[in-house]
Design a protein around this ligand. Structure first.
Ligand code: SAM
Length: 297
């Protein structure tokens, strides 16, 4: 089995939460007259192994960052989102899976052929940028006849706000998004410098530059000779980026974003926030929020 070197307890918590939702979703919509899609825009290779375990097992191989490596010990393998989605019963009508990395796409395809051969007709695997994949899907499906759960599980600031807006406009998508709040926060240094490369990534992820006006403040101090000095400093924390990200997702989803979030990260540090939003404004669709709230408990 090919597994990506990432993940930990928080990875399992994230995956179990989404999996529980998917199971509840297909059960609730079993008799509904819609084509049901599962869309995984950053699907990975189908499994991962905690880095700590890999480093122990492969201590003579140097850095493993960014590589899929063969792993023998099945006890330590974390089954990925796409494979979990393929396990729910009844099955979704279609599974649209995507990753930018060829080795992940190949590994995912192999894994599905081997373990879910009965579902291969329902699966489409693409090797695209997640934003491009989502744009294509939003344009090509008839959203009056389709309902979908979208899982966005990027490593960092890969998802553009326009993609969220397009998903919101379908009126038919439930979204689980692992928002990289720490990656947003760390683009601002303690002395108020916004990273030249990372800052525009935050702009793109939040779909606005307005965060810059709050994240950095100018402070006036006086020196030994009572001369005024100005210095900038960071004025926000990770929780602030979480709040802003939630508001922005809400803005793309007609205000329909769940207040509860699942903070996730290694060693007690919040790196991500798993958030849920639903695009359908109908009364019945409020069930989505109830289900999501229940699985987050
Ligand atoms: C956290 S992993 C996903 C893990 C997967 N959900 C699982 O449960 O195993 C993030 C994935 O996003 C992929 N990725 C990175 N940039 C991407 C992009 N712009 N578009 C699509 N996928 C991307 C990486 O190759 C990686 O496999």
């Amino acid at each position: 089995m090919e597994a990506q070197p990432f993940g930990d307890r928080h990875t399992v918590q994230k995956l179990e939460t989404v999996e529980k939702y998917l199971q509840a979703y297909v059960t609730a919509l079993k008799f509904a007259p819609f084509e049901l899609l599962y869309i995984d825009a950053c699907a990975g290779s189908g499994s991962s192994v905690p880095k700590s375990v890999l480093e122990l097992a492969n201590s003579d191989q140097g850095s493993l960052e960014g590589f899929s490596v063969p792993v023998a010990d099945t006890d330590t393998i974390i089954v990925g989102s796409a494979i979990r989605a393929l396990g729910v019963k009844p099955a979704f009508h279609r599974y649209l899976l995507n990753d930018t990395k060829q080795s992940n796409v190949d590994a995912l395809r192999d894994s599905i052929r081997r373990d879910h051969a009965d579902l291969t007709d329902k699966v489409e695997i693409t090797k695209l940028d997640a934003n491009e994949m989502l744009r294509g899907i939003c344009k090509s499906y008839n959203w009056r006849k389709t309902r979908a759960v979208v899982f966005l599980d990027p490593f960092g600031l890969q998802i553009n706000y326009e993609a969220l807006e397009m998903l919101g406009k379908t009126g038919a998508v439930d979204l689980w998004y692992l928002v990289p709040v720490f990656a947003m926060y760390r683009q601002v240094s303690g002395d108020g410098e916004i990273n030249l490369d990372g800052g525009p990534r935050v702009d793109a992820a939040l779909g606005t530059r307005a965060w810059r006006d709050v994240a950095v403040v100018e402070e006036q101090t006086t020196d030994l000779f009572s001369q005024p000095h100005f210095r900038s400093k960071r004025a926000v924390d990770i929780a602030w980026f979480e709040k802003v990200a939630k508001e922005r997702i809400g803005a793309a989803f007609q205000g329909q974003v769940l207040d509860e979030t699942l903070p996730l990260g290694r060693n007690g540090m919040q790196e991500f926030s798993l958030m849920f939003a639903w695009a359908n404004t109908g009364e019945k669709a409020r069930l989505a929020a109830k289900l999501a709230s229940a699985v987050l408990k």
